[in-house]
Write a protein that binds this ligand. Structure first.
Ligand SMILES: Nc1ncnc2c1ncn2[C@@H]1O[C@H](COP(=O)(O)OP(=O)(O)OP(=O)(O)O)[C@@H](O)[C@H]1O
Ligand SMILES: Cc1ncc(C[n+]2csc(CCOP(=O)(O)O)c2C)c(N)n1
Ligand SMILES: [Mg+2]
Ligand SMILES: [Mg+2]
Ligand SMILES: [Mg+2]
Length: 327
């Protein structure tokens, strides 16, 4: 294998998106949006940080790296269209394993009608997969973190903490049961909530953020961005029967700060809440109210969490890169 034969081997034979003019073939790709806004994001997965050989097959690595990116497109309310893959390849990865990584990506890409239109391939000391995605959204219809307003309900899709629990099951080499298989599946192959976010199109205003680090982080991101306070009810936060059965002691902690669930956290006016419920049932996604948007008198936007013991501040507590001890 060399860089060039590898690129030839992963080059798509045909493309699905009509707006594509030039795919993999030249110095860069070209596409022509037709009257829509273009949404773009990039997220990276690094061996030893986001996955290890023990926790993910090569195909899972590809699947989840693309899922994390599609999740950001979903959080903007956009329709996925294109992706570019930048690979740093270490010596321990064979050509066959790299092909499996691309198969994992194209499995999910096909589900969403996305085309692979470029990338970059270099050698390095750890495998790193960085994916840039593009999506389309109707003009001025992107969903922003800054759109929460006082009086909104706060909601979340699916259940939280399962990805963290699945990771723990593998790290502890726990004997497989149906529950453990479920949790591991949620870690290895998360489901970005694209259809649900698109089904919210009838809502005039929704603030959305995807859950990559844990809602202790993402609720704070909405609060800061919208300059509001959020009050979350701890016992409303949805968790799966599987996590409750396997990890009863840590279910609350992991549902708040486990991260990598790639569910959607949102806020919407009470008047439009029924539209969110309709979107959820039309797309087969569970949606749960977990709190309310308030505006306290304090200048600093904050997130509060209410438990049986009372109300406390919910601080950012998920996984944070670049953080040094004591910071
Ligand atoms: N190194 C960087 N250079 C430029 N912009 C960045 C960089 N890192 C993040 N950003 C930008 O900061 C904003 C927030 O990015 P962040 O990665 O925190 O969001 P996210 O992708 O939703 O979260 P996560 O990475 O946990 O999935 C985005 O606009 C992103 O493009
Ligand atoms: C082997 C292994 N160890 C630890 C973790 C946990 N982990 C890594 S990054 C991250 C937050 C999201 O990252 P980002 O902010 O880059 O989206 C989390 C929860 C894992 N997935 N695999
Ligand atoms: Mg990011
Ligand atoms: Mg995000
Ligand atoms: Mg992200």
């Amino acid at each position: 294998m060399d860089e060039f034969s590898f690129i030839r081997s992963i080059r798509p034979k045909d493309y699905k998106q009509q707006s594509l003019i030039k795919g993999i073939d030249d110095d860069a790709a070209v596409f022509r949006p037709i009257g829509e806004d273009v949404v773009t994001a990039v997220d990276t997965m690094v061996e030893g940080v986001h996955f290890s050989r023990q926790t993910m097959t090569p195909s899972d690595v590809g699947y989840r790296a693309l899922a994390a990116n599609i999740s950001d497109l979903a959080a903007m309310g956009s329709t996925p269209a294109f992706y570019l893959v930048s690979l740093v390849v270490s010596e321990s990865w064979s050509e066959a394993e790299l092909h499996q990584l691309y198969e994992g990506m194209s499995e999910l890409a096909d589900e969403h009608g996305m085309d692979l239109i470029g990338g970059d391939t270099v050698s390095g000391s750890e495998l790193s997969v960085s994916i840039t995605v593009f999506g389309y959204v109707d003009k001025d219809k992107a969903r922003y973190r800054s759109d929460a307003e006082e009086g909104d309900v706060v909601f979340v899709t699916g259940t939280l903490g399962d990805s963290r629990a699945g990771l723990a099951c593998m790290q502890k080499s726990m004997n497989r049961t149906n529950e453990i298989d479920y949790l591991i599946g949620r870690h290895q192959r998360p489901s970005p909530r694209v259809a649900f976010a698109q089904a919210l199109k009838n809502c005039k205003r929704v603030a959305l953020n995807d859950v990559s680090d844990g809602i202790a982080n993402e609720t704070n991101e909405i609060a800061e961005s919208s300059q509001v306070d959020l009050v979350i009810q701890a016992n409303f936060v949805p968790t799966s029967e599987a996590i409750q059965a396997v990890f009863p002691q840590v279910v609350q902690e992991w549902s708040l700060s486990g991260g990598e669930d790639f569910e959607l956290l949102g806020t919407v006016s009470k008047a439009e809440w029924s539209l969110v419920e309709e979107a959820a049932s039309a797309t087969g996604v569970a949606v749960t109210v977990i709190g309310e948007v308030k505006k306290m008198n304090d200048e600093t936007p904050r997130v509060y969490i209410e438990t049986e013991e009372g109300r406390t501040i919910l601080r950012k507590s998920g996984y944070t890169h670049l953080k040094k001890e004591g910071e």
